[in-house]
Every structure is written in structure tokens, then in C-alpha cells.
Ligand binder design. Sequence first.
Ligand code: PMP
Length: 393
Amino acid sequence: MDIFAKCQAFQDRVRAAKAQHKYFYFRTIRSAQGPEIIVDGRKMIMLGSNNYLGLTSDPRVKEAAIEAVKKYGVGCAGSRLLNGTLDIHEALEEQIAQFFKKEAAIVFSTGMQANLGCIQALVTPDSIAILDKFDHASIVDGCRLSLGTFKRYPHNNMAALEKILKSEPEKGKLIIVDGLFSMEGDLAKLPEIVSLAYKYGARVMVDDAHGIGVMGGNGRGTAEHFGLEDKVDIIMGTFSKSLATIGGFIASSKEVIDYVKHVGRALLFSASLAPPLVAAASRAIKIIQEEPERRERLWKNAYKWLNGLKSLGFDTGMSTTPIVPVIVGDEEKAFEACCYLEENGVFVSPVVPPAVPPGRCLLRTSVMATHTDSHLERALEVFEKAGKKLGII
Ligand code: PMP
């Protein structure tokens, strides 16, 4: 058998999906990631971006990146362990540790690598990772890379979590959850999770990729939102959403960071984060601290969008945040809805099995601080027409 045979079969599937207008992936955008984007020469309202605070094109963030390029160039040509540690990496780690009220932090080249490196390092053969079923793929992949075991409990089901904790008295236990779930827009039940962790001697790691900059009185994320920053042992985050650029980190105690720094293969065997990205993330964190009005605007938009969809009769699932799923039912409807929205100038992404159970296909929508009332009102009008046309509302 030719090992490439599956590629041919896959290509046939993609071609068929494209021909039937059921393919909404790898769309080419010819503009910055703003509230309006250019696709195929047309302006579209962007409702599928994680640029929650609108910082990807902020002039101060861009300037910081440019200055770093001038001083350090565009790369470090090596791993952090050997020749790739710059003074600005260390300064950023100090800044992250202070921001999240942890002793230390370590920066990776992406959020995915932060999860891979951290989980692989910590979940050794005598340990178990315990995951929410809706956790991000990078957490699952980190567990697959690790030499320990992992178990998953149904989304936010605390009784099921307790059952797993109880069944593993001997092992070192790490509960890993998304703080703000990326598809459903709901929160982990952190108060219950930390108290169960305490009861059974487990540690807690929160992947707050979507919560940072969004949740909490100061944008420090889901742990801040619940007043539990000192009870969450590891905060993981990415720079690829509110923090404008790309890169990832974990923040924790000095000993955990020092350990992951020396044992996390995704850090050791990959080149360090490029200087402009380090500088951009650092400037973005400062802006989050200096400009709470961005977060306020984001939440104003989130309520306008969520309430607008609800009052039109859409099913927005469990969302209470700027990430709003619009549940449409079967796969066919999800693609038809996307197609209608695209033709009418609204960019959203369909989410279909295996990412969601069959029959619960959804359009993942998310708002930004930089959307105006007019963007959201125009998008609501298009959604209303799509919903009526397809019998969703
Ligand atoms: N965790 C979560 C919850 C995410 O949504 C993502 C990105 N979609 C990641 C981790 C990975 O982050 P990055 O894009 O920086 O690799």
C-alpha cells in the first residue's frame, strides 16, 4: 500500500466539499485581523477572531516589534537552553510572573508548545492528568506525549471529576482545564475544582488562552475572575489572542518553572520566541494594565452580541462571554449558514463533528473591543435573515 494513498482520498473529499460550498477553512484574508477584513476583494465583518482586545494592529504594539527587530533581528537561531535566551525573554518572564502574581514564568514559542512542554514534563509515569472533555487539543496532545496516564470527565461534571480523583489515591494528580472554553464560551467551575483538588491532594493547571485580557477585574483571567489566583498552581496562556501576537507561557512557583525549563522538550528542542514577538507581547500586557476601558468595551460588545442573538431566538448554548456559539443543529445547516453569512459579508467559522457531538453543530462567533455598534447591528441583521431562511429561528 502506498503511504500517500490517504492523501489522495482526502484531497477528493476537500474538492467535493469546496464544490458543494461546504468548505470554510484556510480562507485567505488580505488585511489585518481587525473588526473588518478583506476576503476575495470584499469587506467582511470579522466575527471569528480571537483578537479580543483589538491589539494585533495597535500602533504601540507594532512599534515595539519594529524596535526589537532593529536591535535584535528577527530570530534567535537557537533554543532557549543554548544560545536563544535574550534579556527581553527574561524581562518578559518577569513581567508575566508579576502580572499573574506567581513566582516565575517561562515563555514558549506558541501556546501549543507551552501545553506540550509543561504537561509532558510534569505528567511522569507515576502521575495522572485529569482533563475536562472540552479541553483544548494541545492539552490532550501534551498528555499523549507524556509518559503518565490521563482521564477525561464530561464537561464541567464535578461528580465525575471527584470519582476520578478518588480512584487514584497513589498517583500525583494534575487537573487541567481551560479557564474559558474556546468553543462554548463558558467557564470552568474553578471554585469546585480547586476545593476538590485540595481534598484529594491534586494540583490545578488552568489553560487561560481565552480568559487572559478578557476575564477578571484586571484582565488577569479566569482565576482572577473567581478570586482564586493563589489556588491555581499553574496558569498557562498564549499571546495569540488578547496579547496580540504569537507565543505561549506558563506561570507558577519557581521550582515548577525551573523544572519545566529543564525537562520540557517543546522548549528544549525548539528555537526561542523571536524578538519582535517578545516585544509585542510585553507591550500588549502593559496596554492591558493601562487601559481597562478596552476590556469594558469588549464586554459591552459581548452583551450586545449575545443578547441580540438571544432576542432573535438563536440558541447560544452556555455562553456568558465574548465567545458565543450559535447552535444550528446538523452539519448541512452549519455549512449553509456559513455560506449565507459569507455571501452577505460576515466571517464566522463552522464547528462540526468530531469537534462537537453530531446534531450540535455550531457557528463559533466572537466579538472584539474594536467592533462598533454598527458592525454588530449589521451582523445581527444578516444573522436574522440567515436564521429565518434556514429555519434556525
Ligand atoms: N489553548 C487553547 C484553549 C487554545 O484555544 C489555543 C489556541 N487556539 C491554544 C491553547 C494554543 O495556543 P497557540 O495558538 O498559541 O498555539
